[in-house]
Design a protein around this ligand. Structure first.
Ligand code: ADP
Ligand code: ZN
Length: 215
């Protein structure tokens, strides 16, 4: 499937995307993961993106579009892709349309994960992420804890709180979402591509998405 996952930080886009990759071999493309890896590797992209990310702000559209233009042309995308964290602004969505047309790719749909605000705040502050960049398994200290020592169940690396998961940065991320990203709901609704899913469990979300994509 060729799908955009839309939703506020903490809606579960990453978790759902990871589960959907098992469904039909589509690849998860997370701009957040790509950027975090670039920051860690101290590449030119990483050095440019670091400050914005730590403050909870969006990185400039141009940087993201360059990443996505290259990424969508990699061979593993032919089977399908789950865009997780992109597009994040109206200009990104407009440029994505141009890019997809150029590459003769047609989107199957846009999934809007709708989650209540209090749930989101709680999730973001209790989230832990595996620090191994090849793993990045997501944990939650309440609902899906890492080992008692705080390590990843899969690879044993420490599961840590992300630098942008402080209360200050989370507040900025939620404001940024409301201001810059939530207009995309209307944008895709008008194009007849939107499917909104309001569910709290990722298993149910995955079942609803795969059912919707079969139609
Ligand atoms: P979230 O959990 O907030 O959805 P992500 O892991 O998707 O976080 O992204 C982390 C950070 O990376 C964002 O706060 C932002 O600084 C940057 N980022 C990721 N994707 C984009 C994008 N499409 N446009 C601009 N900035 C982005
Ligand atoms: Zn791990």
């Amino acid at each position: 499937m060729k799908v955009v996952l839309l939703g506020p930080p903490g809606a579960g886009k990453g978790t759902v995307a990871k589960q959907l990759t098992n469904y039909d071999g589509s690849v998860q493309i997370s701009t957040g993961d790509i950027l975090r890896n670039a920051v860690k590797a101290k590449t030119k992209l990483g050095l440019e993106a670091k400050g914005y990310m730590e403050r909870g702000e969006l990185v400039p559209d141009k940087l993201i579009m360059d990443i996505m233009e290259a990424r969508l042309q990699e061979p593993d995308c032919a089977k399908g892709f789950l865009l997780d964290g992109f597009p994040r602004t109206i200009p990104q969505a407009e440029e994505l349309e141009v890019l997809l047309a150029k590459l003769s790719i047609k989107l199957d749909g846009v999934i809007n994960l709708d989650v209540p605000k209090d749930v989101i705040l709680d999730r973001l502050t209790t989230r832990r992420t595996c620090s191994n960049s090849d793993c990045q398994e997501i944990y939650n200290i309440k609902s899906k804890p890492p080992t008692p020592e705080g390590n990843c169940m899969k690879c044993g690396s420490p599961a840590v709180q992300r630098a942008d998961e402080t209360v200050e940065a989370i507040t900025v991320r939620l404001e940024t979402y409301n201001e810059k990203t939530s207009p995309l709901i209307n944008f895709y609704e008008k194009k007849g591509l939107l499917k909104t899913i309001s569910s709290l469990s990722s298993d149910k979300i995955v079942a609803e998405i795969t059912a919707a994509m079969k139609k």
